[in-house]
Design a protein around this ligand. Structure first.
Ligand SMILES: NC(=O)c1ccc[n+]([C@@H]2O[C@H](COP(=O)([O-])OP(=O)(O)OC[C@H]3O[C@@H](n4cnc5c(N)ncnc54)[C@H](OP(=O)(O)O)[C@@H]3O)[C@@H](O)[C@H]2O)c1
Length: 215
């Protein structure tokens, strides 16, 4: 499948690398067509890897991943263009972290709204699925780095889109347990979880952890 990954940071890199390893053709998008981090990624990942602007990645992908800074994601996707994203599934991995007042960060949107909802409202013809934002980038694409059973969460308004993303998370990325939290408003919970995640990170002094729901 052709997949567009918006983002040249560690999340975009980890997800794009995993997708190429799974046999997909991946275009990494950035503000500039010749972004140096994307160029390094292309060099390291062979013929299935390419780079371009956010608009190029949007036009290329049948499936899209938003791995950009949450506070900037709406602007990024607006630059990519609604037309190029229409009818496609967009996996939103972003967190709306605000580091402007230092650590710990606050959120640029929360409680009664979320980045994923903002995106879904701005792009009604795109099927937004919130996923993967609750773990470190390395764990996202390789859950077996941690011992035992631990969990991933998804939400979104389109059942078919959530089904496809869940299939990729389980069959491709190796997640055993994926909880469907419901419609896109549940992205508030997934995004606000990152505040708890940051405090756990501080307490544990490592990003290599996750949570498991027992009942
Ligand atoms: N790091 C993790 O382990 C982790 C885990 C869970 C969720 N997340 C979330 O995943 C997302 C990506 O995280 P990351 O650490 O890989 O990278 P990041 O530094 O948060 O984001 C990098 C991307 O954001 C774009 N960007 C930054 N500022 C921008 C601006 N002013 N206007 C337009 N685009 C801008 C960059 O564009 P250019 O390519 O043009 O520079 C780049 O592609 C974030 O929302 C983060 O909160 C991260």
């Amino acid at each position: 499948m052709k997949i567009g990954v918006f983002g040249t940071g560690m999340v975009g890199n980890a997800i794009a690398t995993k997708l190429v390893a799974l046999g997909h053709d991946v275009k990494m998008g950035s503000r500039t067509a010749d972004n140096a981090k994307a160029a390094d990624w292309v060099k390291a990942n062979g013929a299935r890897a390419s780079q371009g602007t956010f608009a190029d990645a949007a036009a290329f992908g049948e499936l899209l991943f938003n791995c950009t800074s949450g506070a900037q994601s709406l602007a990024v996707l607006q630059s990519a263009g609604a037309k190029a994203m229409a009818g496609k599934v967009l996996v939103d991995v972003s967190n709306p972290l605000d580091f402007s007042k230092g650590m710990p960060p606050s959120l640029t949107v929360c409680n009664t709204d979320s980045v994923a909802e903002q995106i879904q409202r701005a792009f009604p013809d795109t099927k937004v699925v919130k996923a993967l934002n609750t773990t470190n980038a390395n764990v996202m694409v390789n859950p077996s780095l941690l011992p035992g059973d631990h969990d991933m969460f998804v939400c979104g308004n389109d059942a078919g889109a959530k089904g496809k993303v869940t299939e990729l998370l389980k069959g491709g990325f190796g997640w055993k347990t994926v909880h469907d939290l419901g419609g896109i408003t549940s992205a508030r919970a997934q995004e606000m979880f990152v505040v708890f995640w940051v405090h756990l990170y501080g307490a544990l002094q490592t990003p290599m952890f996750n949570v498991h729901v027992v009942r």
